[in-house]
Write a protein that binds this ligand. Structure first.
Ligand SMILES: C[S@@+](CC[C@H](N)C(=O)[O-])C[C@H]1O[C@@H](n2cnc3c(N)ncnc32)[C@H](O)[C@@H]1O
Length: 284
C-alpha cells in the first residue's frame, strides 16, 4: 500500500470532510495536519512528500473524526486568530468571531487622546476584546469580567501570551454589580444576545458545541443588552464610551433602549458583512 504522505493525506481528508459537510474541507484538513505536526499550515507545502509516522497518523485520525462529528475546529486545535493575535480557546468558552473586531476598533478610536484609560470588558470569554485593546493602547488598563471562572482562566493565559497581564485585572461577577459608579472611561461587551426562538436556526456546530450561557440572551435576546444600557452609564465617567455587540435584527429595539437615558451620539456600527452588528454611545 502507498505510504501516507502529507500530500496524499491532505487529498484524502479533503474528500472525507467534504462528504461530512465541512464548509472548507481543504483548509480544515491542512489546519488539523499542521496542528499534529506542530508546524504552520503553509509549511505543509515545503515538503509534501514527507511521510507520516504511525503515531502522527493515529493522532490525526482522531482529530479528523472529531471534526467530522461537527466539533468546531478551534476547539480541536485550541486556537483562534482575532484582531492581531492568536487566542487560546477551549470548549466551555465562546470562540472569538471576526465580526467582533469592530468592537475593538470602536474602543481604540474612542479612546484616542485619552492618557491612561480604564476599560471594562463585560463577559470577557477568552479575553479577546480587552486583550486586543490593551495590546494596542500601551497606557490603558483593563478589567475583564465574566460569570464563568473557566473563561477567566483562559483570559489569564491569553493575557500572558499577548503580554498585557500586568495591566489586566480579572473579576468573576455578574454584569456590573462589583463596580464603583463612574469608574470607567469605556465599557465594552459582547454579551449573550441570541433569542430563544432563534436557537434552532443556529448552525449545529454552534448549538451542540458552544456554551449556551455565552449565547442565550433571555427574552428577545435583549436581557443583557438592556441591563448594560440601563445601568452602564452609571459606571462610566462623563464622556465615557459604551460599545455593545448585538444581533443585526435587534437594532431598532436596541436604539429604543437608549431613550431617556443620559447618553448622546448613539450610533450603529456595521460588521464585515455590512450588517448593523454593534452600537456605540457616549455618556453625557
Ligand atoms: C458572547 S460571549 C462573549 C465572549 C467574548 N467577549 C467574545 O467576544 O468572544 C458572552 C460571555 O458573557 C459571559 N456571561 C454570561 N452571563 C454573564 C453575566 N451575568 N455576567 C457576566 N458575564 C456573563 C459568558 O460566560 C460569556 O463568556
Amino acid at each position: 500500500m502507498a505510504r501516507w504522505t502529507v500530500k496524499r493525506l491532505l487529498g484524502w481528508t479533503q474528500e472525507y470532510l467534504a462528504q461530512k459537510g465541512s464548509p472548507s474541507p481543504r483548509r480544515e484538513g491542512e489546519e488539523l495536519l499542521a496542528h499534529v505536526l506542530g508546524i504552520k499550515r503553509l509549511d505543509l507545502y515545503l515538503d509534501p512528500q514527507r511521510p507520516l509516522t504511525k503515531e502522527e497518523l493515529e493522532k490525526f485520525k482522531i482529530l479528523v473524526k472529531r471534526r467530522a462529528r461537527g466539533e468546531p475546529i478551534q476547539y480541536i486545535t485550541g486556537r483562534q486568530g482575532f484582531w492581531k493575535h492568536e487566542f487560546l480557546v477551549a470548549p466551555g468558552s465562546l470562540i472569538p468571531r471576526p465580526d467582533s473586531e469592530i468592537l475593538v476598533q470602536a474602543v481604540l478610536e474612542g479612546m484616542k487622546g485619552r492618557k491612561a484609560p480604564l476599560i471594562l470588558d463585560v463577559g470577557t470569554g477568552t479575553g479577546c476584546l480587552i486583550i486586543s485593546i490593551l495590546a494596542d493602547l500601551p497606557q490603558a488598563k483593563g478589567i475583564a469580567l465574566d460569570i464563568d471562572p473557566q473563561a477567566l482562566e483562559l483570559t489569564r493565559a491569553n493575557a500572558h501570551r499577548v503580554g498585557v497581564e500586568e495591566r489586566l485585572a480579572l473579576i468573576q461577577g455578574d454584569l456590573l454589580t462589583p463596580f464603583k459608579r463612574g469608574a470607567f472611561h469605556a465599557i465594552v461587551s459582547n454579551p449573550p444576545y441570541i433569542a430563544p426562538e432563534e436557537w434552532d436556526t443556529l448552525p449545529r456546530e454552534v448549538r451542540e458545541h458552544e456554551p449556551p450561557r455565552a449565547l442565550q440572551g433571555g427574552e428577545k435576546g435583549l436581557y443583557y443588552i438592556s441591563q448594560l444600557i440601563a445601568r452602564g452609564w452609571e459606571y462610566l465617567k462623563p464622556q465615557g464610551l459604551l460599545v455593545l455587540e448585538m444581533g443585526w435584527e435587534q437594532k431598532e429595539k436596541v436604539k429604543m433602549l437608549f431613550k431617556g437615558k443620559p447618553y448622546k451620539e448613539v450610533e450603529l456600527l456595521t460588521d464585515l458583512g455590512g450588517r448593523d452588528r454593534a452600537v456605540r454611545a457616549w455618556r453625557e
